[in-house]
Design a protein around this ligand. Structure first.
Ligand code: ADP
Ligand code: ZN
Ligand code: ZN
Length: 724
């Protein structure tokens, strides 16, 4: 009896057996339709076996085998298994969620991507006027083919949704034929700048065709992008594909453009969650079939089957958005390293401020370190950085006189400035002067942020919105004051101070509609903006050549946070923002307003010394027994009542103490944000001195958790958690 073991998108950690008399091993990696309860659902064949693992009477047959696309390669299936094992997430959910949504539907897909049509000799001789005028569409199509030559099916569909039908008719008439896709672009490649000595040195030891993980530690503006381009080109020359992972694509439209310009003969596809289903599927298929040579994507792209993988690049490797925070809580950076090893190709993790995990790996020799210590363009220097002590300074709406004067100077010189404040909205909270009531979220343990422009109070955690009250809900006093600052407030303070300056606010509120961002970027680059006010969106890898001043407000709250990663993050963020200043010929300057100007973090920033700071932090972490020297997993739980959560966690801790392993199990505690969207949350931390020990423990513990958790608790295991 032939049995197909099928992965299904259900929260159960096993494969499901179905009878498949006519199937063989070639079906591994194919999608199938199978009966599940009363429904038919789509799954993926992971194994073919001779023996069922349940009683043969209970086995139902596979209903249908999809033949619409080639099977998922064994390497990709192995990657899914690794993720399921390592992150302790049901295999079926890992597999099915890694697929583009169209492939999870009960219907086969019709694959039309990259089909090209051109006129035949007969077609070319057809006189347009012989086609009846009411056939508008057919005329349009023919006209388009006559004037501009071959066209791709998507373009045809844009002319009319039913274009395929007309093209079929034309084909039958012998007017049109399907042709091989033409070369991507006729335009010539934009030449790369000549690499400097440091860049050459970094590239020399990186070899194609063998696994090695490289940490490319290069200061902002040191030309890491050129290193990536050069490695991609080496892979392409060998006929290989390149995977390029970035934290966010919508924020860096220039990168896609650059890749297309540098490699005009190649197909570059993007993969990220902002694409519509059709585009996502199409790009995924182009990668899987090997037709796309360069795959540029966000974290989810790490699961794309790439048959001919030659190199993986992870840019801004320190960025927290490589870690997925729900479902399969994977780190795309770590998965990328695994898949590079699997494919035996080099992987490059680039950053000006590497994560301490990667940095420690590089120090210990597990990863190779490559360093770019200087800015690449000849005259560009790293900007000097100064702290403004706001305990002594007089502030005008949160802005010191020094900063205001510096802004004025830039306006006079027609240079750009950037004010960084990592809080959107007008003020983080609204308060009553009479009774000290503050605006809190009714569903979360958080405060409602005042958005003055929209006249709303908004919760940035659960999305709850309400109108700004005209009087205090507690005592009726009408005197409510906004406390603290957000981007909107800074924007309005600046426009009061500099009425003629062109100010642009950039935060999640103003870039929400994704089409907005490229336009904003363009207006910055075309010098239509004098002062930028924005959140961390602005810290991510943009090149603003005319920007010469960066002002940083309100960074202090992270200096003494309870989260042990807070200072690592703050340092990275400030260094990245500071790196926006003075990238070309104009010298830059960075001003930081703080109450703690002697703090070692600012001292290290002033010296622009990431290594020294990282090494201090690492020494602290080693001493305190924290990652990267320890390995953690966090059991997260939530329910409507906090007692349900805490009881489950206490049970889990009890079970853990009976599992005999060398790990430390901490006490259950409420989550950092104990209430979110109306649910109570708690967590339990376990920590082991090695990955192996921790994994051995989790393997024993995980199945027991499944038994303990009742229906009332929602829980998840977060391996290598970043947020607490
Ligand atoms: P990073 O990604 O390290 O912050 P970029 O790759 O964006 O830096 O490079 C910064 C600037 O330096 C870009 O404008 C880039 O064109 C330029 N650049 C890179 N390499 C060279 C080089 N070898 N010679 C001259 N300019 C270079
Ligand atoms: Zn009040
Ligand atoms: Zn809320």
């Amino acid at each position: 009896m032939t049995i197909a073991r099928v992965a299904l998108d259900v929260p159960v950690a096993c494969l499901f057996d179905y009878a498949a008399p006519s199937l063989g091993r070639e079906c591994i990696g194919k999608r199938v339709l199978v009966p599940f309860g009363k429904r038919q659902i789509v799954g993926m064949v992971m194994e073919i076996a001779n023996q069922p693992s349940i009683s043969p009477q209970r086995i139902k047959p596979v209903s249908f085998v999809f033949q619409d696309i080639p099977a998922i390669p064994a390497k990709t299936l192995a990657l899914f298994r690794f993720c399921s094992d390592y992150y302790h997430h049901p295999l079926g959910q890992v597999v099915m969620n890694a697929l583009p949504s169209r492939l999870r539907r009960n219907k086969p897909i019709t694959q039309n991507a990259n089909r090209w049509f051109d006129l035949t000799e007969t077609g070319r001789r057809v006189d347009l006027s012989t086609i009846p005028a009411i056939n508008v569409l057919r005329r349009k199509l023919l006209e388009r083919l006559k004037t501009e030559g071959a066209l791709e099916i998507h373009e045809a569909r844009k002319i009319a949704a039913s274009a395929q039908k007309s093209l079929n008719e034309f084909t039958e008439l012998g007017w049109v034929q399907e042709i091989a896709p033409p070369a991507i672009s006729e335009s010539r490649a934009i030449p790369a700048p000549e690499l400097n000595a440091e860049q050459e040195q970094v590239l020399r030891p990186i070899r194609m065709g063998e696994f090695a993980c490289w940490l490319l530690f290069g200061v902002t503006g040191s030309g890491k992008t050129e290193i990536y381009m050069s490695l991609i080109s080496q892979a392409l020359v060998k006929g290989k594909q390149a995977l390029f992972l970035v934290p966010e694509i919508n924020l860096s439209p220039q990168l896609e453009a650059l890749l297309k310009m540098r490699f005009p003969q190649c197909r570059v596809v993007c993969l990220h969650s902002g694409l519509n289903e059709g585009a996502r599927l199409e790009n995924w298929l182009l990668a899987q079939s090997g037709q796309a040579q360069i795959i540029l994507g966000t974290r989810l792209a790490v699961f794309t089957p790439i048959p001919n993988l030659g190199v993986i690049i992870v840019d801004e490797e320190h960025d927290a958005s490589f870690k997925q925070q729900e479902g399969l809580r994977y780190s795309a950076r770590d998965v990328a390293v695994y898949s590079a090893k699997q494919a035996n190709v080099p992987v490059i993790l680039g950053s000006a401020t590497p994560s301490l995990e990667s940095y420690q790996h590089a120090l210990s020799g597990r990863y190779n370190m490559a360093i770019l210590s200087r800015r690449a363009p000849e005259n560009a220097a790293l900007p000097p950085l100064r702290c403004i002590d706001i305990r002594r300074a007089k502030l005008n709406e949160g802005l010191s006189e020094t900063l205001i004067a510096a802004l004025k100077e830039r306006l006079q010189r027609r240079e750009q400035s950037l004010i960084f404040i990592n809080r959107r909205g007008y003020a983080p909270v609204l308060m009553c002067c009479a009774c000290a009531w503050i605006s809190g979220c009714s569903r979360c343990s958080s405060r409602l942020v005042l958005h003055l422009r929209e006249k709303q109070l908004r919760c940035h955690h659960c999305g709850h919105e309400e109108c700004v009250p005209s009087a205090c809900p507690n005592c009726g006093n009408v005197d409510l004051i906004p406390l603290g600052q957000g981007t909107q407030r800074v924007e309005s303070a600046l426009s009061d101070l500099f009425p003629s300056a062109r100010i642009l606010r950039i935060d999640r509120d103003t870039t929400r509609r994704k089409a907005m961002w490229p336009g904003m970027l363009k207006s910055i680059q075309e010098q239509q903006v004098d002062i930028l006010v924005g959140t961390q969106i602005l810290s991510k890898g943009h090149d603003f050549p005319n920007l010469s001043l960066v002002g940083i407000l309100n960074a202090d709250s992270s200096l003494y946070s309870t989260d042990f990663r807070a200072s690592e993050r703050l340092f990275a963020q400030l260094m990245q923002v500071a790196g926006r200043a003075g990238r070309a010929d104009i010298p830059g300057e960075v001003l930081i307003q703080t109450q703690f100007s002697d703090h070692p973090l600012f001292e290290a920033l002033r010296r622009n010394d990431y290594s020294a700071f990282a090494e201090t932090l690492l020494a602290e972490r080693r001493h305190a027994g924290l990652p990267p020297f320890m390995h953690q997993a966090l059991l997260r739980a939530e329910a409507t009542r906090s007692s349900t959560v805490m009881n489950f966690l206490a049970d889990a801790a009890k079970v853990a103490s009976r599992v005999d392993h060398e790990v430390t199990v901490y006490d259950p505690v409420p989550a950092h944000m104990p209430r979110l969207a109306g649910r109570e949350r708690g967590q339990l931390l376990v920590q082991g001195a090695s990955r192996k020990k921790l994994q051995a423990f989790l393997n024993d513990w995980y199945p027991k958790l499944t038994e303990k958790a009742g229906k009332k608790v929602r829980w998840a295991l977060d391996v290598d958690p970043l947020d607490f």
